[in-house]
Design a protein around this ligand. Sequence first.
Ligand code: GLN
Length: 502
Amino acid sequence: MSGHHTSAPELWKRSARALAAAVAAGECDALAAVNAGWEGPAAAWERDVHAVVHADPGARAAGAAASAPGPLRGVPVVVKDNLCTTEYPTTCCSRILAGYHPPYDATVVERLRAAGAVVTAKGNMDEFAMGSSTEYSCYGPTRNPYDLARVPGGSSGGPAAAVAYGLAPLALGSDTGGSVRQPAAFCGVFGLKPTYGRLSRYGLVAFGSSLDQVGIFARHAGDVATAYAALAGPDPRDATTRTTPAPDVSGWDLGVAGLSFGWPANLWKEGVEAEVVAAMEEAAAALERAGARRVTFDFLPGEYSVATYYLVATAEASSNLARFDGVRYGFRHADGADVRALYTRTRSAGFGPEVQRRILLGTYALSAGYYDAYYLTAQRARTRIRREYAAAFARCDLMLMPAAPTLAFRLGEKVDDPLAMYLSDIFTIGANLAGIPGFTVPLGLAGDGGRTGAGLPRGIQLLGPEDAEPALLRAGRVIEMGGERARLPRAHESEFAWPTRR
Ligand code: GLN
């Protein structure tokens, strides 16, 4: 941190790859890189945005001192508060986990450290990852850095917003039904939900185990590729990880010549904001300019996926959340006369309203007498949905789809209307049911040409079949570069649309 070293204001805007390169070259030390976001303008942003729920300068310094040589050396990473970290509490932004300190790191956190990265904060989220706006956090909401009256999306709103305003170039979230891809779109950053089983769930607090995947946020496609390469792969501690090696994503900037992409235009005929449709058109045009081919067809409307998801996810959640009983973890209600009262009082006071709603729905769907009608029917529907995606990917390599039907909505707009909140995931949920990867790609800010949402980030989603991450990253990179051909220049970091203060 001596005078000739690069100062924080230059470092905080850098990509993860550029930051790691600067540390490796001795241009700055790991501590300066790790603290860059905290010492730059981001510190002031955080007071308004509230992306972070646990942070500690001492842990940052210790992390920087221990930073290993690797592809992410000295890179600060914000990690969603449902991923276990030894140096910070892990609370899932729920009162029921108040004060809980995990005794171990999640596998993805361990792999971040092995690559040289440093966890600099835990990111805000909807309680237990149930929500689409980060308004259901027990610590209060995160705000969208592009418009403080709007939500950052959710449930991984904290990590998404932190990457958008510059606290860190990289963040991890979790995506059960869209919780990485939807906030990435609302905050104007990249957000990858990998193929189910590619990133270990060990140390990720379970919500819907058959749907949950850890996901990656970054401002640049190349950073997503670097993080994916560091994190993906088999883990003996998670029996649902795939045992084959993860696909090689090192060709992320090789372009899309010869690739085909599906264009299921029936899905955005109505109910999708004009700015979202415009972003879709721009993304398709960029891919075509780079040599990809558009294949138009009709696809299964998202309503079926939403209905199926809210049975499967709530059923799994009701079972997964049974462990929070006031005995094993965190918060315990003071006056439990007997064990039954202890459970009831702890769970009634510890869980917020949305989590209680999900537990009730899930318990009902699984109860004797209703099991066949709801849970089993949902499982059959899930198989049908999976087949619909497989049939689509027999006709194209990737599919373009909105990430969400709207741009970022206002705080309070949907918080009292669970159904409206659930519908904001209509385009993302299918990928979790099918186990396939999805990638949100930002497309700059909405203009003011008479349409709503001027100045708000726009994003679209690319979907692919299992293990299509290499193609998704190449397509995302092409869109990032506005449709340039393969072998693109790698210096493009100034092009990120930073939020300005309103
Ligand atoms: N918004 C969806 C839900 O509330 C998805 C959440 C998620 O992906 N974790 O369940």
